[in-house]
Design a protein around this ligand. Sequence first.
Ligand SMILES: Cc1ncc(COP(=O)(O)O)c(C=O)c1O
Length: 378
Amino acid sequence: MVFDAGHCPAFLSVLEVSMGSRIEFDFDAPVERRGSWSTRWERYAGDVIPLWVADTDFRAPPAVLEAMHRRLEHGIFGYSAPPVELRDALIARLARLYRWKVEADWVVFLSGVVPGLHLAARHLTRPGEHILVPLPVYHHLKRAPVQAGRAHADVPLVLSAGRWVFDEDRLKASIRPNTRLLSLCNPQNPGGTIFTRAELGRLAGLALEHGLLVCSDEIHAEILLDEGKPHVPIASLSPEISRRTVTLVSPNKAFGFPGAGCAFAIIEDPELRRAFSADHHATVHDASVFGYEAALAAYRGVRRLARGAARLPARQPRPCRARDRRPAGPLDGARRGDLPRLDRRLGTRRRRPAPALPGPRRRALARQPVWQPGFRAP
Ligand SMILES: Cc1ncc(COP(=O)(O)O)c(C=O)c1O
């Protein structure tokens, strides 16, 4: 079972909305998600606690909800160009959080990080070339070379002083003459490792020495629990490694709106950028207008998630027991989109005992098709 405990923001209770100004955010109030088309919660029936994908059960921050409401009130959801102000907000955020100076034309808008992983494998390597993939890792880093028809080597991470890190000798030994791409997941899912500047420096050195490109999935970068362990984007280390790297980032995870979906590839080298984007609109659609709204509101409205490591002992994640949740029926035709009523229903959740799922519904859920073709939770 894939469990992103290392990245789960369950312990954070504060959002910093502007310099020094904080709002409390209730991360403890459970929200009923069964019956809302939740990929995670609809996957298994009955008492199974679905922890297989990093998809948090918290409402999005108030700033995000307000922006979504405003767009909803506008009432027109036409094709929407990637907003320049969102690109600028991203650039400002990367500069503020990581002192990483990104130019406007390095930013490629995406609907999600996953399409970026697949575009990188397909378009930055040629048939016959080879990709290095850490193991274990979020499954799309491995699926990308497989689906692109590229050979790949799994590079097992090893547990060292409580951290899952590369066995650097093994990594070097895995490089072949035709190796072209090193896939990286930083912070690492599922290991939870925040790679240090020194570790990343050695990976960057290896990439430069062997002429490798790097595709770095940094989607979890804003959810760090350990004080004093900063996220370092590998591309920020030097101009040389920046020119060889595709960095994939997104506010989806930290701010809880992967269903709206918005992400970015940051690619300095114009040739790489062109290759990466070659058939972008043929295979990958733009993000939705709600993805843009949510991302902009999160970047503008929440300065950072305050770290809550000090609270950890008192705020250990309570496993959400299925019986704590009141299973709702599926949203039927009349109730689809009826969010106020859904809210009311969720609001009553705590006061009502949770009835068991009726047998036929449980069986139907158990039969339902798997989330992504080929993926099976172990
Ligand atoms: C490391 C990692 N990358 C990417 C994703 C999915 O990204 P997106 O929803 O933006 O496509 C996940 C989701 O769990 C993940 O853990």
